[in-house]
Design a protein around this ligand. Sequence first.
Ligand code: NAP
Length: 248
Amino acid sequence: MKLLEGKIALITGASRGIGHGIAVKFAEQGANVAFTYLSSVEKGQELERELQAFGVKAKGYKSDAADFKAAEELVNAVIADFGTIDVLVNNAGITRDTLLMRMSEQQWDEVINANLKSVFNLTKAVQKPMLKQRKGSIINMSSVVGIKGNAGQSNYAASKAGIIGFTKSVALELGSRNIRSNAIAPGFIETEMTAALDAKVVEGWRDSIPLKRGGTPDDVANATIFLASDMSAYITGQVINVCGGMLT
Ligand code: NAP
């Protein structure tokens, strides 16, 4: 029996990186997958075909998670296409790194809107169908940076810390309706987002991790499968660090 057989999942930001890894692993485990991207139309179409090859229903939507109205329209479209939503993975995120001294208001707003407001937008939109069916699992992609902070990422760290407070509050509000809300805090996961970093910095990161390697999208996807599946039926309001021991 596959772990997500027949479940309907909505994953934001799945055209690349961690979201892409989650979408593929979910389909492999039997989930029907609705996913979004911001601008990577071709990659979205490719992913749709890749997921359908697992024999599940899959559809990509071009939708800006930072836009409240667009999130509402997206959820309505997914429900029209798939029937309901059992699992929401709020994965979409961006960085605009710089020291506070140089950070513009725009760099602050863009990160808070794409990373934190998006989580509010999508969670609010899926709340209704999940309440109706009296079940659901919401999984929010935070970061170790949201727990410990990081120089040059005050906007990003604030957005990721905000996600943790939001996740725990939603767990308290919706637990009685069998809707679970958890966060994942990945450490250093090697994707396009981290490929922009200097090679020496990357070596330094790898060296400082107890497991002596950067994580892969699959490492994060495996934890996401667990939180999406009924294996985690008694787990809510938690943050799971997927960081190779970095925070230990
Ligand atoms: P990535 O490779 O840059 O991919 C980001 C994805 O999000 C893309 O699919 C992108 O779509 C989408 N996206 C960005 N803004 C969006 C918006 N407003 N609406 C909808 N989709 C949007 O990033 P990643 O490394 O996989 O990171 C995924 C998540 O994990 C992020 O929340 C990130 O903060 C978190 N995280 C990453 C790491 C790491 O080390 N990589 C560590 C901790 C946490 P397009 O392709 O269309 O642009």
